[in-house]
Design a protein around this ligand. Sequence first.
Ligand code: CA
Length: 149
Amino acid sequence: MEQISTGDFVGAHKYSNPGTYTISYSFKDSEGNKAMAPPVTVTAPDGTTAIYSVSGTICAGANNGDNDCTDAGEGPVPNAAVYLKKGQTIVKMGKTDSTGYYVIPNVPTNSGDSYTIVPSKNGYSFTPSSRAVSSTSYTNINFTAIVGW
Ligand SMILES: [Ca+2]
C-alpha cells in the first residue's frame, strides 16, 4: 500500500517478484471526500537473470557446424570481435580465441528477449552477417569468415 499525498497523480511502484498484481486507486480530497478508480491488473515479468552463455566458432573457408574449426577446409579466425546485440544496442562483446571459438558468458535474459550475434574483423566479411540468439538457441552460433568484403 502506497500513498501519494497531494498534487497530480504521479507514482511508481517497483515489484520485486514476478507475478500478476491488481492496482487499486483511491482518492481523497481535503474535505475527506473519497473516490475510487476501477482497479487495473498488471503483470510484472520475470526479473533479469543471467542464465546462458552464447558460444560458437568463426572459421575461415568453411564452418561445418560442429563447433570447431579443425575439419578439412576450415581454419580458425582468432581475435575476431563478436558483438551480442539487442536491436541496435551492443549488450556484450566477446572475442575468438586461437581456435576460432568464442563464448559470451552471463547473457542477461528475460523470457522473450532475443539477441543477435554480429562478428567483426578487419579484412573479413562473414556468412551469415548476423545470427539470431534466443534462450533456446545459443550454442553453435557459428560463422564462416571470408577474406575481403
Ligand atoms: Ca567444423
